[in-house]
Design a protein around this ligand. Structure first.
Ligand code: WT7
Length: 650
């Protein structure tokens, strides 16, 4: 039997029953293929437009797209008001589970009142459409309320993951010139409060920043430093504001948010998303990819709002579709490893969307844990963030999905804004590990360096993933840096005008697409994007480090683990494990605990090409314990002997 036959046999088609009732059938592909723009116009009309659009796509100024440019809408109105006006005010929007065990059910009517109060107060603070607001919060309802209040007023939010360090926050606040930071006093971590507002103060030390106010939600009652005049308590301001507010329409291309993501340099990129096209595609994909049914399903996406998955599939996609969803504040093992399955049972979660790294962690904890719970409510499972290995895919379906729930392996990026490549659960015979096919309305190719299509079925013929047609939720640029936008995504295939995703991919004999992972200096650790350059610059920031080279080495649980090789400065004392621990802590402090290296090796030299470029490919070979590849371009091939000897000592 050849590989290809195996691919073919090892597919999981939907049951006839699932297919018959699904939101999306085969015809969705046909409709999109017949007239792509008409198809997207039809999807956009699922939203409420204060002023209908007459134009669909403007691509004359490529790569700067405009979608539905002459239409006007209000994103928050679409996510909240509309459902209340349609008579669904009493439907639960958010089943919120606090990490210490408290919980709140928030209806759409309640959510509307909260968003209106926040909108009124932000207006009172003098914020105007186009201003930027940084949101640095754990997973509390007020974080979602803040995002929606910004959207309602045309303020551009920049959510910064609450696990990021003060210096990472400062960098983002400065880049976007935010006028307001919204935060909490602290955040719960395994039953204990940890400070957060304190980090904002640290980020804002000195006067050279744009921030006028810091708005603080009380969550943990932890003590906070306070600057009178600048700092404001949410419960004394927003909570006292009027709950009446009328949403104004904004242009479809009005900036909705900036979200920073790692690129190949040390400086994060502020990815810009706008309103009409973005909301169209997140809403369309949430409806079809998860087969979501308003008023029936209980949906749970386990991401954090600090990442794009939280923006698109906790806030804008689900709320635009009137979802009832679970939002959980804590980690999967607090207080113990049963937490997720208790939540699934408690609320009858029917759609569950998570990352492969968590599935592998569940596998490690053992199936007796999920087996102790009734998970029969689950009918669709989703995966995102990195390739899911077939073993994890099968376990996920069998153990969590009662051997019947379809899995949607969704490929997309911060830049794409919404899901691009994925099975449709009522249509696709999904293969474990494959993202399968571009969604209706989306076009992708797998090509070689020159842009030629790679051959079907030649599994060796891996290529690069490109998007050869603009899509509604595509990024509109990098905040303040149009040149970097062009050079990062559009230069590689400039002749063809294709978007270069930065991922390797292959097509199998059936033409189905498998994403293989990043082909640039970006690592993927537990589904988080971290650039090698960022970690290197945090390391060389330490006085003992002269030079650093960082690679992502494969890791059974996290997908990739960060492995660093450092050369010490002349005067530095090599205190062995003590120094290594200190360097790891330095990276956590400088960037975030998610960027903490798994291993650090102190080496006498780094392998470099004659032009002085560090050969990361070879370091990856070393980190993964492989035989060395081609070392012929190295200045000094003996450098590896030294590195290996050093490595063996640890
Ligand atoms: C990168 C984007 C999209 C939200 C979370 C990550 C990798 C993402 C998949 C998938 C294989 C995937 C890619 C991509 N990735 N989903 N289903 N299969 N790889 O967003 O931080 O912008 O990272 O994550 O490498 O380029 P992000």
């Amino acid at each position: 039997m050849t590989d290809n036959t195996a691919d073919h046999l090892d597919a999981y088609p939907p049951t006839a029953e699932f297919a018959a009732a699904a939101n999306a059938g085969e015809s969705l592909y046909d409709r999109a293929a017949a007239d792509r723009e008409a198809f997207w116009a039809e999807q956009a009309r699922r939203l409420h437009w204060h002023q209908p659009f007459t134009r669909v796509l403007d691509w004359d100024d490529a790569p700067f797209a405009q979608w539905f440019a002459d239409g006007k809408l209000n994103v928050a109105y679409n996510c909240v008001d509309r459902h209340v006006l349609d008579g669904h005010g009493e439907q639960v929007a958010i089943h919120w589970e606090g990490e210490p065990g408290d919980s709140r059910d928030i209806t759409y009517a309640h959510l509307l009142a909260e968003v209106c109060r926040a909108a009124n107060y932000l207006t009172e603070l003098g914020l105007k459409a186009g201003d930027r607001v940084a949101i640095y919060m754990p997973m509390v309802p007020e974080a979602i309320v803040s995002m929606l209040a910004c959207a309602r007023l045309g303020l551009t939010h920049s959510v910064v993951f609450a696990g990021f360090s003060p210096s990472a926050l400062r960098q983002r606040v400065d880049d976007a010139q935010a006028r307001l930071v919204i935060t909490t006093d602290g955040q719960w971590r395994r039953g204990k409060p940890a400070p957060l507002k304190e980090a904002v103060d640290e980020a804002l030390v000195g006067s050279e920043h744009s921030v006028e106010h810091v708005l603080v939600v009380r969550r943990t009652e932890i003590e906070v430093p306070w600057t009178d005049g600048r700092d404001l308590w949410w419960h004394e301001t927003v909570a006292e504001a009027s709950a009446d507010h009328e949403a104004q329409p904004f242009d479809a291309e009005h900036p909705l948010y900036i979200l920073y993501t790692s690129g190949t340099t040390g400086k994060p990129k502020g990815i810009l998303h706008t309103s009409g096209g973005y909301l169209t595609q997140v809403s369309y994909t949430h409806h079809n990819v998860f087969d979501h049914r308003a008023g029936q399903d209980v949906y749970w996406c386990t991401a954090d709002i600090g990442w794009v998955t939280g923006h698109s599939y906790i806030v804008y996609g689900p709320l635009s579709n009137r979802a009832t969803q679970v939002v959980y504040e804590g980690t999967p093992n607090s207080p113990d490893e049963h937490r997720h399955w208790q939540i699934v049972e408690k609320y009858g979660v029917s759609i569950y969307y998570t990352a492969p790294t968590l599935v592998r962690t569940f596998m490690k904890w053992g199936r007796e844990i999920p087996d102790a719970h009734d998970l029969s409510s689950i009918r669709v499972l989703g995966s995102v963030g990195e390739p899911i290995n077939p073993e994890a895919w099968r376990w996920y379906r069998e153990v969590i999905g009662s051997n019947s729930a379809p899995i949607v392996d969704t490929w997309w990026q911060t830049e794409t804004g919404a899901i691009m490549i994925s099975p449709l659960p009522g249509v696709t015979a999904a293969k474990p590990g494959a993202a399968m096919t571009p969604l209706p309305g989306i076009s992708a190719k797998v090509v070689d360096e020159e842009g030629n299509p790679v051959h079907l079925g030649e599994t060796e013929a891996n290529g690069y993933l490109v998007l050869d047609q603009p899509w509604p939720s595509m990024l509109r640029g990098i905040w303040g840096d149009p040149d970097r936008y062009r050079s990062t995504y559009w230069e590689r295939y400039a002749e063809q005008g294709w978007y270069f995703a930065g991922d390797g991919a292959k097509l199998d004999a059936d033409g189905d697409l498998w994403v293989l992972g990043r082909v640039d200096d970006v690592m993927n650790v537990s589904g988080h994007r971290i650039s090698t350059a960022e970690v290197e610059s945090a390391l060389v920031g330490h006085h003992s480090v002269a030079e650093a080279a960082v690679v992502g080495a494969s890791d059974d649980t996290t997908g990739q683990g960060i492995v660093a090789f450092v050369i010490l400065t002349a005067g530095a004392a090599d205190t062995g494990q003590d120094l290594i621990a200190e360097l790891k802590a330095e990276v956590s402090r400088e960037i975030s605990p998610i960027a903490r290296p798994r291993e650090i090796h102190i080496v006498p030299e780094l392998p470099k090409t004659r032009s002085g470029k560090i050969m990361r490919r070879l370091l990856r070979d070393v980190a993964e314990g492989r035989e060395l590849g081609d070392t012929s371009t190295l200045v000094d091939p003996n450098v590896f002997e030294a590195i290996r000897t050093q490595k063996a000592n640890w």
